[in-house]
Design a protein around this ligand. Structure first.
Ligand SMILES: NC(=O)c1ccc[n+]([C@@H]2O[C@H](COP(=O)([O-])OP(=O)(O)OC[C@H]3O[C@@H](n4cnc5c(N)ncnc54)[C@H](OP(=O)(O)O)[C@@H]3O)[C@@H](O)[C@H]2O)c1
Length: 182
């Protein structure tokens, strides 16, 4: 499918998943407006700027999940938005502040920015295995894990001290699914 003439946004472009999305979009001819936290850190931008097609069709912007309206000017004029920016670390001292808050507030911010732009037809939000993995339901070869299979926050809270997966991960679970607009 050709993206020639189409403009899309990718948040968290320095990240692992987003970098691949940017590459694939550029390869397909899209114009990409991509966000990073800091434009002055070449370790976060050089690999993007060296992609095929970047010179002609990649624009980098600064945006932060915790700043309301930060994504307004980036999503403006886009047809689609890939929202991948989110803290993705396993070792944190305050999971609520360091993981959940930026993930939830950031997603709200991005969606609020998107809601102001009539040209946006679709928003894709990357989910996480953490949204479905922990709920004390049996997992065996007969089980189909689908959108009805969410992690249970109460189970996660209660089991974090004595159940290996949660104790090991050290963060509560946020459920996040694909979001479609328009
Ligand atoms: N990797 C996987 O296998 C996998 C699988 C399933 C789901 N996911 C989900 O997909 C998403 C991206 O994963 P990833 O592996 O690509 O993570 P990643 O490489 O750590 O990238 C995360 C991106 O989010 C940005 N970010 C973090 N906090 C931010 C903030 N306050 N404001 C703006 N940007 C911020 C980071 O910017 P900086 O570079 O400046 O820190 C980085 O660009 C996460 O939600 C993750 O849970 C990942």
């Amino acid at each position: 499918m050709s993206g020639a003439g189409k403009v899309v946004c990718v948040t968290g472009a320095s990240g692992y998943i987003a970098s691949w999305i940017v590459k694939l979009l550029l390869d397909r001819g899209y114009t990409v407006k991509a966000t990073v936290r800091s434009l002055s850190d070449p370790t976060k931008t050089d690999h993007l700027l060296s992609l095929h097609g970047a010179k002609e069709r990649l624009q980098l912007f600064e945006a932060n999940l915790m700043e309301e309206g930060s994504f307004d000017y980036v999503v403006d004029g886009c047809e689609g938005v890939f929202h991948t920016a989110s803290p993705c670390v396993l070792e944190v001292s305050n999971p609520q502040e360091e993981l959940i808050k930026p993930a939830v507030k950031g997603t709200q911010n991005v969606l609020c920015s998107c809601a102001k732009v009539p040209s946006i037809k679709r928003v894709v939000v990357t989910s996480s295995i953490a949204s479905v993995a922990f709920n004390n339901r049996p997992r065996n070869p007969d089980v189909v894990i689908d959108e009805t299979w969410f992690s249970d926050p109460v189970y996660c809270e209660e089991s974090k001290e004595d159940k290996m997966p949660v104790k090991h991960l050290k963060f509560p679970v946020m459920a996040c699914n694909i979001v479609l607009i328009g």
